[in-house]
Design a protein around this ligand. Structure first.
Ligand SMILES: [Fe+2]
Ligand SMILES: [Fe+2]
Length: 300
């Protein structure tokens, strides 16, 4: 699996990758622009520098699409709205609900604040607060909805399973898919795929089946990077196969162990070893794996 280099303007003048390798956002350029991915507060400085380097006129950034309401996919949004109040946020209906609800908002605010503290970073950039707060959503997107940027159109797909609110963006003109965490993650340097069905296994499979007919030349993940060519073309079918295979393994292991806690421990240990989850606390990892295992076994 070859993640392609970070300066990807040469791939398509319409797609500008932003952020860091672990927390990736994309600027989609038409006559007006859209940001895909809401990032984290600790990539804000890098993001602004990258936008400057590409000479991006911020007044042309009209939309910001939040793929799902996890702290690592919407953490920079409150800063961006404070600084660029003309930007309209796009999210799924359930995503919009969560972004205005005190529980999830406070949770994300606290995770972001603690991470910034641990990293020894200030809570503002260029005089603007990086704190998280509720996010007003202007456009609620679902299957069949699209957004015309002028010369390029974004099509939306509800892809629950990783989270209930997951929204994927597809650009037919570029045959480019931006699924965020709705697809398994390719592990760099290997053919292995890490299944991310953390909310509902059946929904996750249905979402992959929904994306399967799309012609795909490029996939832009919000963790890792982009893949192109044959890797991208075959990714959805390989993702589906890996997801079904993992569910089968979970079922077989449960039959062997007859111990849900042990099975959850085993998977939590396996996932914790991956670089991507290095910042996830052991409690969160265990809770996530418990939900995934129970859902794979049809217990939720
Ligand atoms: Fe994520
Ligand atoms: Fe996520």
């Amino acid at each position: 699996m070859a993640f392609i280099p970070q300066d990807l303007d040469r791939v398509s003048g319409h797609i500008v990758p932003l952020g860091s390798r672990n927390i990736r956002m994309y600027l989609i350029r038409g006559e007006s622009h859209a940001l895909l991915g809401g990032g984290v507060p600790w990539v804000v400085e890098r993001l602004e520098t990258q936008l400057d380097r590409h000479g991006i006129d911020r007044s042309l950034i009209r939309f910001l699409v939040i793929s799902h309401v996890h702290h690592d996919h919407c953490g920079a949004v409150p800063y961006l709205l404070r600084r660029y109040p003309h930007i309209e946020v796009v999210a799924s209906d359930y995503g919009a609900h969560l972004l205005g609800k005190s529980g999830p908002v406070e949770l994300m605010a606290s995770v972001n604040r603690k991470t910034m503290e641990t990293m020894g970073l200030p809570r503002e950039y260029d005089g603007i607060s990086l704190d998280f707060e509720s996010v007003p959503v202007s456009l609620r997107a679902a299957d069949g909805d699209f957004l015309d940027l002028g010369g390029i159109t974004l099509h939306f797909y509800s892809t629950p399973g990783h989270s209930r609110c997951s929204l994927s963006t597809y650009i037919p003109a570029l045959e480019a898919l931006f699924p965020a965490d709705a697809l398994p993650f390719p592990e760099a340097g290997s053919d292995k795929l890490t299944v991310t069905a953390s909310h509902d296994y059946d929904d996750y499979i249905r979402s992959l089946e929904k994306l399967l007919p799309l012609p795909i030349k490029l996939i832009g993940y919000e963790h890792g990077g982009m893949i192109t060519g044959e890797d991208a073309k075959t990714m959805i079918s390989r993702s589906l196969a890996a997801t079904l295979q993992q569910r089968q393994r979970i079922k077989e292991r449960y039959d062997e162990l007859k111990d849900l806690d042990r099975l959850v421990d085993e998977l939590a240990w396996k996932y914790s070893a991956l670089e991507l989850y290095s910042m996830v606390s052991s409690d969160t990892m265990r809770a996530t794996m418990a939900r995934m295992v129970r859902s794979a076994l049809g217990m939720v």
